[in-house]
Design a binder for this molecule. Structure first.
Ligand SMILES: NC(=O)c1ccc[n+]([C@@H]2O[C@H](COP(=O)([O-])OP(=O)(O)OC[C@H]3O[C@@H](n4cnc5c(N)ncnc54)[C@H](O)[C@@H]3O)[C@@H](O)[C@H]2O)c1
Length: 333
């Protein structure tokens, strides 16, 4: 299903290596696990299935054979984590609770899983002698600053408990690199989308929510004018950033790196593009009052990740839209 031919990009770079993907039954984690399998790695997936599903592993578990090990368990369970991490050189830490509104309702739970769980992952990695932890950080760290594009040197201005937990994770990554020589990287994802992103959650990301509405023959709902813009990023770009971070010969030292496409599209343009993609251009968006706390514009500067990891976006928004909508058609219709 993947758009990208990973072996064509990275050859046998992970042949014979064991890696851990926490949250690997989730949206981004499962794409990463799939790419790693295709690159020859032995992949351990640790996921408590609170947000993910084993269905996300089904596309590639057959061809993975015994190189894929799925452990249903939590990053809060240290014994399970120690078992999962044994023999792994690189840990891709994707597990987290992801919804901003839910984090406002459950700040303590979010802190426990996202910040406490990240500390557990770092401790387990240190104890196991892993070489590097690559962390799924978030562009929510930029808060509602109006400066564009977002550059990693800008201050962290977390506005939600979710953003605060992700910022805490970044601080821990930096601290472990400095204190213990465990190399770490913080990849700040910007609006990642693609197949396997949950559309049934009340907090579904905008592309998932639009796909669900359009495929049900309903008009997509936009909160506010729709002139808010985002740097929508197809999931393969996030996978590519993770692979490049894992393969870096230079220490990354806890650096924060934006992961995006480097282009912004308004929510109105997105709705139009998606309606055309499903063949229902007449389903124009329905506008509702703006939601408090919504950031108006978001756009990443990619200079640092280009310089440090040689990252370039490999799939555009337009290229990523067709397989995304096709996947929603398969699971929702
Ligand atoms: N999707 C985005 O646009 C985006 C943007 C910024 C950051 N992120 C981060 O990327 C990562 C992956 O996000 P996603 O969009 O794939 O979300 P997702 O919910 O599909 O994946 C997260 C996975 O973590 C698992 N998980 C949650 N708590 C766990 C625990 N205690 N122990 C083990 N597993 C646990 C869930 O079951 C799920 O499978 C997350 O850390 C998220 O914060 C995502």
């Amino acid at each position: 299903m993947a758009l990208t031919n990973w072996p064509a990009l990275h050859g046998e770079a992970f042949q014979g290596q064991r890696v851990l993907v926490t949250g690997g039954a989730g949206f981004i984690g499962s794409h990463l696990a799939e790419a790693l399998i295709d690159l020859g790695a032995a992949v351990v997936v640790l996921d408590d299935l609170s947000g993910g599903s084993v269905d996300n592993l089904a596309d590639f578990s057959g061809r993975a054979g015994d190189r894929l090990r799925f452990i249903e368990g939590s990053i809060l369970d240290r014994a399970v984590l120690n078992d999962a991490i044994a023999g792994c050189g690189v840990v891709f830490h994707q597990a987290a609770l992801g919804s901003v509104p839910r984090s406002v309702e459950q700040p303590v739970r979010y802190h426990e899983v996202n910040a406490g769980g990240t500390l557990n992952v770092l401790e387990a990695a240190r104890a196991a002698g892993a070489e590097r932890v690559v962390f799924a950080a978030s562009s929510s760290a930029y808060g509602d600053s109006e400066t564009l594009p977002k550059v990693e040197t800008m201050p962290v201005l977390a506005k939600s408990p979710y953003a605060a937990t992700k910022a805490a994770g970044e601080a821990l990554m930096r601290a472990y690199a400095a204190s213990y020589g465990l190399d770490t990287a913080c990849l700040r994802y910007f609006n990642i989308f693609g197949p396997r992103q949950n559309a049934n959650s009340a907090y579904a990301a905008v592309i998932a929510a639009f796909a669900k509405a359009l495929l049900a023959g309903e008009r997509p709902v936009i909160f506010g004018s729709g002139e808010q813009s985002r740097d929508f990023t197809f999931v393969d770009n996030a996978v590519q950033a993770n692979l490049l971070a894992a393969l870096s010969r230079e220490p990354i030292g806890g650096a924060v790196l934006n992961v995006a496409c480097g282009q912004r599209v308004t929510v109105n343009e997105l709705a139009q593009m998606m309606a055309a993609q499903v063949g229902r251009p007449e389903l124009t968006p329905e506008h509702r009052p703006e939601r408090a706390g919504d950031v108006m514009h978001s756009l990443a500067d990619l200079t640092r990740i280009q310089q440090q990891l040689g990252y370039e976006p490999i799939v555009t928004l337009e290229q990523g839209m067709a397989p995304t909508v096709a996947w929603y058609e398969e699971v929702l219709v």
